[in-house]
Design a protein around this ligand. Structure first.
Ligand code: PLP
Length: 375
């Protein structure tokens, strides 16, 4: 049976070059990077070379890059550490953040570690900058968390403007850049960002490997305590092969950025135009046509008996798409992002998300099946 994988915002396939690196490091470089013998030192060298590559890619210093076990962990590390250690009295976040930010913010509020304020967003999902200004004027000791590119709709926020505003008020700015890393050029400068999270498996690297950028001016106490790994910031034996795979995947993504971007953008446009030709009541979430995330197309579905079960019907045709974020698509709760954009109203939607490995033929196949389903 044909398989068309259009769920790359949930996770991406490993590239052959990344698999080779993983295999090599797993089989030959199994020494514990904390060991002082030759095998340990070799493992340490690999990790530090990868750190240098990541730091160079994002124009920050190597001391600002920490490897973690996932972006969920990176986000928790920032928010919980700031909450537990009295580094903030107020936390401001957008209601369209990923569940690993949303639920952590709610937990912090429940614990009484900070007051929580939700930003207003417009019908596309853009943060209301006047509301941000208002909240910043009202709040002291504040941390703001706004994601770079939304994982459900692909909307890209002006995180540089948000960061500048937050810093002008003396606040801390945390940005979940999971969907942007590997797809946009990012410069992690302290005038914009204090904390930025990323995840290897969203750009063809291995699962279970994340990055946290922590600006040298805003270092937080560790969340996971134990050994001295990651310069005392994240205890636990390092995932040497995962880190090597992450660095290789990042390198490949940026070496090929322009070529892959133009291919992916053309596929996304082809699907969007094809769907518009099929019916005029498909709605496109986010802000297609702007500088939004070219890997994601989120389609609001018409009031039609097939819409509620579209993800399943597509699956029966071999098409892998998603109905929300991977972390919530197993639940029956609908999407908190779509609800926030529709002022509380539910609308079934499907998220198609692409990589450079997708083809125009796969988009034709998807359009053919969409036509069959809605006919
Ligand atoms: N943040 C965003 C925007 C995501 O899309 C995801 C994954 O879906 C995460 C965080 C969590 O990343 P990880 O799978 O590395 O925990």
């Amino acid at each position: 049976m044909t398989t068309v994988y259009l769920d790359n915002a949930a996770t991406t396939p490993l590239l052959p070059g990344v698999i080779n690196v993983l295999k090599d490091v797993m089989t030959k470089e199994y020494g514990n990077p904390s060991s002082i013998h030759k095998m340990g030192r070799e493992g340490r060298t690999i990790i530090e070379e990868c750190r240098k590559l990541v730091a160079n890619q994002f124009a920050c210093s190597i001391g600002e890059i920490f490897f973690t076990g996932s972006a969920t962990e990176s986000n928790n590390m920032v928010l919980l550490s700031a909450g537990m250690n009295d580094r903030m009295k107020n936390i401001i976040a957008s209601p369209t953040e990923h569940p690993c930010v949303l639920n952590t913010v709610k937990f912090i509020e429940k614990k009484g570690w900070a007051n929580c304020h939700w930003l207003r967003v417009d019908e596309k999902g853009y943060v209301d900058m006047d509301h941000l200004e208002e909240l910043l004027n009202e709040c002291e000791d504040v941390l703001v968390s706004v994601m770079y590119a939304n994982n459900e709709t692909g909307l890209v926020q002006d995180v540089h403007a948000i960061g500048e505003k937050v810093k002008a008020h003396g606040g801390l700015f945390h940005c979940d850049a999971v969907q942007a890393a590997g797809h946009f050029q990012l410069e992690l400068k302290p005038e914009h960002f204090d904390y930025v999270s990323m995840s290897a498996h969203k750009f063809h690297g291995p699962k279970g490997t994340g990055v946290l950028f922590m600006s040298g001016d805003s270092i937080l106490p560790p969340l996971i305590r134990g050994g001295a790994q990651e310069r005392n910031m994240r205890a636990g034996t390092e995932n040497t092969h995962g880190i090597a795979g992450l660095a290789k995947a990042l390198d490949l993504s940026y070496q090929n950025l322009n070529e892959w971007r133009s291919h992916i953008s053309s596929l996304r446009l082809k699907l969007m135009h094809g769907l518009q030709d099929l019916r005029d009541d498909f709605k496109f979430y986010g802000d297609p046509g702007s500088e939004d995330l070219y890997t994601v197309l989120n389609v609001g579905l018409p009031d039609h008996p097939k819409s509620e079960m579209l993800v399943m019907l597509l699956d029966m045709e071999g098409i892998c798409a998603s109905g929300g974020s991977a972390c919530s698509s197993g639940s029956q709760q609908g999407s908190h992002v779509i609800r926030a954009l529709n002022r509380g109203k539910e609308q079934p939607s499907v998220r198609f998300s692409f990589s450079h490995l997708n083809t125009a033929e796969e988009i034709d196949y998807t359009l053919e099946k969409m036509k069959k389903i809605y006919e």
